[in-house]
Design a protein around this ligand. Structure first.
Ligand code: SAM
Length: 467
């Protein structure tokens, strides 16, 4: 049944059309995000008008969550396949003539197909997770793989399936019973069930005594107080590291001598560091020969708005019927919990671990790829750089002990002059706006302009976070 479904999706060019319509977003985000779902849907619906009616019906039903007439779906997928999918529970009849995919969506990536949870649908909402983080890790999987692969916390199976499709074979582990079934279905859907064994259980338990050449994991990573537990697919305990900690503990005995591990996560921290760095440093003191590179790809201040955006769906709670008031209360609890602990930033990161530490070599490397200048940064002019107003209404930037001088506009003189390590970029932007009245197209204050200046102006090196 699932094989027939894949053949039909291929014949309908389900993956190809979605790739053309979503353009670069296809590679970054598996689904249009919740807030833009509607507008993106409308946009895509318009764009899709030119694709054959049958392909459009399949995409509408299985990707965009449309409820469509049965005869239209029969024409797209074939009556027998539709009957089979109804029996399997992948499709549901909302009334005798209408069909929808109810709790599921099918997300394609590079010729592979993944049945995932439709997070706008009740009741098992979101237990089969897929997100931007899934794609970040999936894109790191090498093009050619040899040897045994393990995917811990497999969810839809995206990492494991992509890895075995590239030559490996191995095991995927998932705790949630319904998600485990979905991962098995996805292995079959992609014709890879002979290369991938999906096992149900808790992290390392189902693979006791086994070793692997490549260990992949996108574990649950959102932190929240114990009084505000989040769903299984996302909750990493109070500091967000509970599952990651247990993965690290088991890694030394499960990696082959040439083995490596790749993980993706979101971690809390301060403006300068993550809570993961001390954890890794401690773990690397233990008697094993592993080394780690932590690549921080993005940093964001954890504001109430960010909590609503990242934690929002999870804060609606695993149970149904969360009221808006309850969600607000949970958000308040998370905000004050983070404040107490000094978690004012959140980072996206990739973690690479392998063996082969040499004497004297650093065992932990932290690479920061995020932009150091953001709205709450307090940049300052580098020592030795001066701003002058040699004559009324003439402005100069003086470098290298006065040998290099550059005429600059007043607005830049104003802006750079405010970068004293005390004022934040946001404060400078507000002052700038009240003086120069610059308003961005989207109606925001001059923040974007000031940030862009920090990032792209030739003296970006002159701007630094205070120590
Ligand atoms: C963030 S999702 C990631 C899913 C998938 N690997 C991906 O990249 O999209 C985490 C998954 O881990 C599963 N999980 C949570 N705790 C687990 C545990 N102790 N053992 C195995 N799986 C677990 C959840 O049910 C969920 O499917």
């Amino acid at each position: 049944m699932l094989r027939r479904l894949r053949q039909r999706l291929e014949a309908l060019r389900y993956d190809l059309y979605l790739r053309c319509v979503r353009r670069s977003a296809y590679f970054v985000a598996p689904l249009p995000d919740q807030t833009t779902l509607l507008s993106s849907h409308v946009y895509s619906a318009l764009a899709l008008k030119r694709v054959p009616a049958e392909s459009w019906a399949a995409l509408g039903l299985l990707y965009f969550g449309e409820i469509l007439p049965r005869r239209q779906i029969d024409a797209a997928l074939g009556g027998r396949l539709v009957d089979g999918l109804l029996e399997l529970g992948l499709l549901a009849e909302t009334d005798p003539d209408l069909v929808c995919a109810d709790s599921y969506q099918i997300v394609p990536l590079d010729g592979l197909y993944f049945i995932v949870g439709n997070r706008t649908a009740e009741p098992d909402r979101g237990s089969i997770y897929i997100g931007r983080d899934s794609y970040l890790l999936a894109h790191c999987i090498p093009a050619r793989i040899e040897g045994r692969v393990l995917d811990l916390c497999t969810g839809s199976g995206i990492q494991a399936i992509r890895a075995v499709a590239r030559g490996g074979h191995g095991v995927a582990v998932e705790l949630h019973p319904a998600t485990f079934e979905a991962a098995r279905c996805n292995a079959v859907l992609n014709g890879l069930e002979e290369r991938l064994e999906v096992r149900q259980g808790d992290l390392w338990a189902p693979v006791a005594g086994e070793t692997f050449d490549l260990v992949l994991s996108n574990p649950p990573f959102l932190g929240s107080p114990a009084a505000v537990p989040l769903p299984l697919y996302t909750w990493g305990g109070e500091d967000g590291l509970d599952v990651l900690r247990r993965i690290l503990d088991g890694l030394p005995e499960h990696l082959t001598p040439q083995g490596q591990a790749m993980m993706v996560s979101e971690v809390l921290g301060s403006a300068r560091d993550t809570v993961l760095t001390p954890l890794l440093s401690g773990w690397l003191q233990e008697p094993h020969d592993l080394r780690a590179e932590l690549v921080l790809t993005q940093r964001e201040e954890v504001t109430r708005e960010v909590i609503r955006r990242h934690w929002g769906e999870a804060l609606e709670g695993p149970e149904h019927g969360s009221t808006a008031e309850l969600v607000e209360q949970r958000t308040d609890a998370v905000v004050s919990f983070f404040k107490e602990r000094g978690y004012d930033h959140s980072y996206n990161c990739l973690l690479f671990i392998d063996r082969g530490v040499r004497l004297g070599e650093e065992r932990l490397r932290v690479t920061r790829l995020f932009d150091p200048v953001e709205a709450n940064s307090r940049p300052r002019l580098q020592a030795g750089v001066q701003l002058l107003e040699p004559r009324p209404n003439e402005f100069e930037l003086v470098l290298q002990g006065g040998q290099e001088r550059m005429a600059i506009p007043e607005s830049l003189y104003f802006m750079l002059g405010r970068f004293d390590g005390e004022r934040s970029v946001m404060e400078v932007a507000l002052e700038y706006q009240s003086r120069y009245g610059a308003v961005q197209q989207d109606g925001k204050p001059a923040l974007t302009h000031v940030l862009d200046t920090c990032r792209t102006f030739v003296f970006v090196e002159a701007l630094a976070l205070p120590d």
